[in-house]
Design a protein around this ligand. Structure first.
Ligand code: NAD
Length: 492
């Protein structure tokens, strides 16, 4: 790797990352301008990579299209074997990949180790589902046979964000590959390193060109949406980007899968086990995983007024005890925000909440961490109006708002009063209340007496403007197939 393109702050942790575009089975420089990749915990330059532009994309799609036919023809068993081998290589390189992500996105090593394991598990899960892209037969008179097959779509694209770089690179390749597609993967321009290393580690297990990794920002993302050779786009990202992807895909009538943002409610009822609910509210913020930068984070707590003071004091005490540190150091409980833009956005929300009179029960300037890093202490706001910005907008950071409620119907109107609905969490010991609230809450995933955890095969995704489609389940793989109906008339 040329020296002028890499200045790793921690030994040679990222020195195995190929700094180019992965197209047709090889790495080469993109034709766009050079982009710097920085370490968010100390501001050091990690790498420089030339962006991919439209002509790079054309080459990637042409190579992927050719490889896809061979891959589809291999059949489900051979595809499953290749995906399982890929998962094994990822597990073998888990430490390296976790360290790359810790440096590149600011999440602690322990959380990124979990991510690599989860990505490999999801890849193994989809490897085992390759034979489930089944069809059906339709009853006909004796001389006719009508059947429906499921076929791969061809070349599809997956565009992913900065908060789980390796996990999303690994897991979002898996479902469309299992179904027999080729995949163009676009990581976030802020955190592209682990996706490039993943392609390097597993690329030779597949027909040359089947996987492409193109780095860059909104421009190459928009070119992907507009490309006539790409059949579908799956985005994990923000609501505004979801709209842009849908608009950009309209001209070529591409299918879109959208996993977008949320402002997820955690409801504590009068009869809840308050101690457990407090621990659940802290867990739901995913502080140790992503410093709160998780789409599913339950970032607004609605607590019955009887427990309001106890819950505010309990969460504040747990927030104050969280140890911030360098993401790549063992024992760090919470890292930093992944990008400068995200840091500025989160600070803006905090400043405006304070100006508008909200009470900050936990938070303030971080101590004992590099001043150049994008560190934000876990921050708790209370005494906030239900219609305040901090109670309604996705912050995507370690900022939690607590609101009191007295009447269940009013509480539900606050919970459901937003345009988004990704996750929710309900804390109660009353089964009737649990069933009533899970039915009435508008969200794609609801936990009762828990938060955050995902389960293999359990669909994850949002309602309203939190997205379209479900992932981490059979439906994700089937979303990257098309049905074909065939009728055969016997002439015998
Ligand atoms: P983002 O929307 O800014 O970017 C996501 C990806 O889209 C990046 O790769 C980016 O380069 C690309 N992109 C940007 N503009 C584009 C355009 N016009 N056309 C095509 N691609 C474009 O999101 P982010 O800031 O990286 O991530 C944070 C957001 O992601 C939050 O809103 C969060 O809730 C959401 N998210 C959702 C899920 C989920 O499963 N629902 C998971 C993680 C993150």
């Amino acid at each position: 790797m040329p020296e002028d393109r890499l200045h790793a702050p921690v030994g040679d942790a990222v020195s195995h990352v190929p700094l180019g575009q992965y197209i047709g089975g090889d790495f080469r420089p993109g034709r766009g301008s050079m982009r710097a990749v920085h370490c968010p915990s100390n501001g050091h330059l990690l790498a420089q990579i030339e962006d991919a532009i439209a002509s790079d994309l054309d080459e990637a799609v042409a190579a992927a299209s050719e490889a896809q036919r061979a891959w589809a023809d291999m059949g489900p068993v051979a595809r499953g074997v290749a995906l399982k081998s890929a998962a094994a290589r990822i597990r073998d390189s888990a430490e390296e990949l976790a360290l790359i992500d810790a440096l590149d996105c600011g999440n602690p090593l322990q959380g990124m180790r979990f991510d690599i394991g989860l990505g490999a598990t999801l890849m193994e899960y989809f490897a085992g589902l390759t034979a489930e892209a089944k069809g059906e037969t339709i009853p006909q008179p004796g001389n006719k046979l009508t059947f429906v097959t499921r076929e791969p779509m061809g070349v599809v694209a997956r565009i992913v964000p900065f908060n789980h770089p390796a996990l999303f690179a690994i897991a979002k390749l898996a479902a469309p590959l299992a179904a027999g597609n080729a995949v163009i993967l676009k990581p976030s321009e802020e955190t592209p390193l682990s996706a490039l290393r993943v392609a390097d580690l597993i690329g030779d297990l597949f027909p040359k060109g089947l996987i492409a990794v193109l780095t860059g920002g909104a421009d190459i993302g928009a070119a992907i949406c507009a490309h006539p050779g790409i059949a579908a786009v799956g985005l994990i990202g923000s609501v505004p980007t979801g709209r842009a992807v849908m608009r950009g895909s309209a001209e070529t009538l591409k299918q879109t899968q959208l996993e977008l943002g949320g402002k997820n409610a955690l409801v504590i009822c009068e009869d809840a086990d308050v101690k457990r609910a407090i621990a659940g509210a802290v867990k739901g913020m995913n502080l140790g995983w992503t410093a709160g930068q998780s789409c599913g984070s339950t970032s607004r707590v609605l607590v019955h007024e009887r427990h309001y003071d106890t819950v505010v004091a309990g969460i504040a005490a747990e927030f104050d005890a969280v140890r911030l540190g360098r993401p790549e150091e063992e024992g760090t409980e919470m890292g930093c925000l992944s990008t400068e833009a995200q840091y500025n956005k989160v600070q803006g929300f905090i400043d405006r909440a304070l100006t508008s009179g909200a009470r900050m029960a936990a938070g303030g300037p971080p101590k004992g961490v590099p001043a150049e890093g994008f560190f934000v202490r876990p921050t708790l706001f209370c005494d906030v109006a239900a219609d305040a910005e901090i109670a309604r907008e996705e912050v995507f950071g370690p900022v939690l708002t607590v609101l009191p409620w007295r009447d269940e119907a009013e509480m539900l109107s606050v919970v459901n009063g937003l345009d988004v609905g990704l996750t929710a969490s309900v804390w109660t010991r009353d089964i009737d209340r649990a069933m009533r609230l899970t039915r009435r809450i508008e969200a794609g995933y609801v936990w009762v007496n828990d938060t955050s955890d995902h389960y293999l095969g359990a669909p994850f995704g949002g309602v309203k403007q939190s997205g379209i489609g479900r992932e981490e389940c059979l439906g994700e793989m089937l979303a990257y197939t098309e049905t074909k109906t065939v009728t055969i008339v016997s002439q015998g």
